[in-house]
Design a protein around this ligand. Structure first.
Ligand code: X8Z
Ligand code: ZN
Length: 577
């Protein structure tokens, strides 16, 4: 249909109806692919995605011919969102569109099927098994083996990635963006240039805390692994940080915590000892949202979700949340393990589901979060309310450990959340450069590690050449999921938490605040969630926090007691790398 300049309203209604229907079809194809990977489901998902992308591009291009001056503000916002709704734009040529979708499906499939036979064993294990070695082993040879065994998956992802970058950029340019990275940066109600500056501002706010944590962790790891492996001043080897990508370090908490500083309880052990099932893990999280005054999940959630890894088929285990009919067909897809970490991840995923359900009353193009960092922050905000007091209230813990243990708890949280910050920044700073053509394929791996060292103060376990493609060993790179959202979410969740703590009248330290059971906090949150993407994100931020700017001070306030403690610990140790 060609837009009728006199009726932009009906043009947009047709676009929304068409895209809703195609999105539902694509979602079903994606769901079947993600929970049952075969050549056939891969082809079907790729075809459905190609069709949706082509239709969106068609509608978006037509909407650009609408006379802007005749549009209402709401219609103008819709045309803007229409043009920005895709993480990937296909070139006009349908053949190229299909090829692009096929490249992404192939990268995702390769990633999902990655396996390695760990040193000293005879059977291959998947990413979860290899990750367990990284968390549990203290033997550098086993750690390095699990690390490099997994990273081999990147090698076969390099070629499709190179093709994908070219095709995706061609598509983004046809839609008027400089490249795919510029398109991703245009989604924040400001110019791509302003967004780059905004991210830098937030990083500079929180960087000193990261540098203290880094110095402390390096000092402690040096005591365990010795000066040959862990330098006094240089970057930390990636395989010693308890996580495949060194993105979160809570796995090595037992190693770096001072002996008298354990948090007083071990959630993994509590859950395992009680014989908690995966379904019960999800029920805990659901009850938290219900305690805020939100509705229980629909019966179909329990029937259709994938909560554990099936024995008999390949699936995409990386956790995700879905809303198949854009109303109430909510589901999560996870390979739940009974750990404190997955307990948190489940809250993260349900945050997505509750957001999706809250904005389902909006018209289709507004059924999105205020910006993508908001979507990623909601479940984590609730997760920050999983305090010892809360665990006592729900019967998982007998008594609240005394306040002296708080530093242990804060250190554990910092190893998860503060350690993440430069990683969250690095992934897309790297991809932005790649999409802009400032990093060429022959430099992919070298520049990835340069940035890892610059931002995180972390180095590869051994020299990595260009046969390797280590960015491909991270899910979001292989699956074309933008990543800056997680950096923003790590800032926003503490800002949300601080505001909600004020709402419930909490006056003590922020890490002791839990909004469990507070309808008032729930109302605040819901007011923001229901807005979806109808208004610019500062309006949504204001609805929950009363503030209109993203602010790293919430995170700094939360960790203030730890910052003092860390600085005390590292007084004589060097900072930086
Ligand atoms: O991918 C996720 C979620 C799904 S949106 C599990 N996260 C990032 C990651 O795993 O790399 C959550 C934290 C960062
Ligand atoms: Zn998420």
């Amino acid at each position: 249909m060609t837009p009728d300049a006199t009726a932009p309203g009906s043009f947009l209604r047709s676009a929304e109806a068409d895209l809703l229907q195609l999105s539902i079809e694509t979602g079903r194809a994606d769901w079947v692919h993600a929970t049952y990977i075969t050549d056939d489901t891969q082809t079907l998902a790729a075809k459905a995605n190609a069709r949706l992308i082509a239709a969106t591009v068609r509608w978006a291009k037509q909407s650009m011919t609408l006379p802007t001056e005749t549009l209402t503000p709401e219609e103008r916002r819709k045309t803007r969102l229409l043009r920005l709704s895709l993480p990937l734009v296909a070139p006009d040529d349908p053949k190229e569109g299909e090829r692009l979708a096929a490249m992404v499906a192939e990268m995702q499939g390769t990633y999902a099927k990655g396996r390695h036979v760990p040193l000293g064993t005879t059977e291959s294990v998947d990413l979860q098994g290899l990750s367990r070695i990284l968390t549990e082993s203290r033997d550098p040879a086993h750690l390095e083996d699990a690390w490099s065994g997994w990273h081999r998956v990147g090698r076969t992802i390099r070629d499709p990635f190179v093709r994908y970058v070219q095709l995706a950029n061609r598509g983004a340019r046809e839609l008027g963006f400089d490249d795919t990275g510029a398109m991703w940066r245009s989604k924040y109600d400001m110019s791509p240039e302003e967004f780059t500056v905004e991210v830098e501002r937030l990083w500079n706010q929180v960087r000193p805390l990261y540098e203290s944590l880094h110095a402390y962790t390096r000092m402690r790891l040096r005591e365990t692994y010795g000066p040959d492996l862990v330098p006094e001043r240089g970057p930390i080897p990636s395989h010693l940080l308890g996580n495949m990508w060194a993105q979160s370090w809570e796995g090595i908490f037992p190693l770096v915590a001072p002996p008298n500083m354990d948090p007083g309880f071990d959630l993994t052990k509590i859950l395992v000892d009680r014989g908690t099932s995966p379904t019960e893990m999800v029920r805990f999280a659901e009850r938290f949202f219900v305690s805020l005054g939100l509705d229980p999940l629909p019966p179909s959630f329990w029937e259709r979700s994938m909560l554990v890894r099936p024995r008999d088929r390949e699936v995409i285990c990386h956790a995700s949340a879905w809303d198949l009919d854009f109303v109430d067909d909510l589901r999560i897809k996870m390979c739940i393990e009974i750990t404190g970490e997955d307990f948190q991840t489940i809250h993260h995923e349900l945050g997505h589901n509750y957001y999706q359900r809250a904005y389902s009353g909006q018209s289709f193009l507004f059924r999105e979060s205020a910006h993508d960092g908001f979507h990623e922050a909601i479940g984590d905000t609730v997760g920050l309310s999983v305090t010892p007091e809360y665990l006592v209230r729900i019967g998982l813990l007998d008594a609240v450990p005394d306040a002296q243990r708080d530093i242990g708890l804060l250190l554990q949280r910092a190893l998860e959340k503060v350690a993440f910050l430069p990683f969250g920044l690095k992934v897309d700073r790297w991809r932005w450069e790649v999409f802009a053509g400032r990093i060429s394929p022959s430099d992919y791996n070298r520049t990835w590690w340069e940035m890892t060292e610059r931002y995180q103060g972390v180095r590869a376990p051994s020299t990595r050449g260009e046969t390797e493609f280590d960015p491909g060993a991270k899910y979001h790179v292989s699956a074309n999921v933008p990543y800056m959202r997680y950096f923003l979410a790590h800032i926003l969740q503490f800002q949300f938490h601080r505001a909600l703590a004020r709402t419930i009248g909490h006056t003590g330290p922020l890490h002791r605040a839990s909004i469990y059971g507070s309808k008032e906090a729930g109302d605040r949150m819901r007011a923001m969630l229901e807005m979806g993407a109808r208004q610019e994100w500062p309006d949504a931020l204001e609805a929950l926090t009363g503030e209109r700017k993203m602010d790293g001070q919430g995170l700094l306030d939360y960790f203030a007691p730890l910052q003092h403690w860390l600085d005390d610990q590292v007084r004589s140790a060097p900072k930086g790398w």
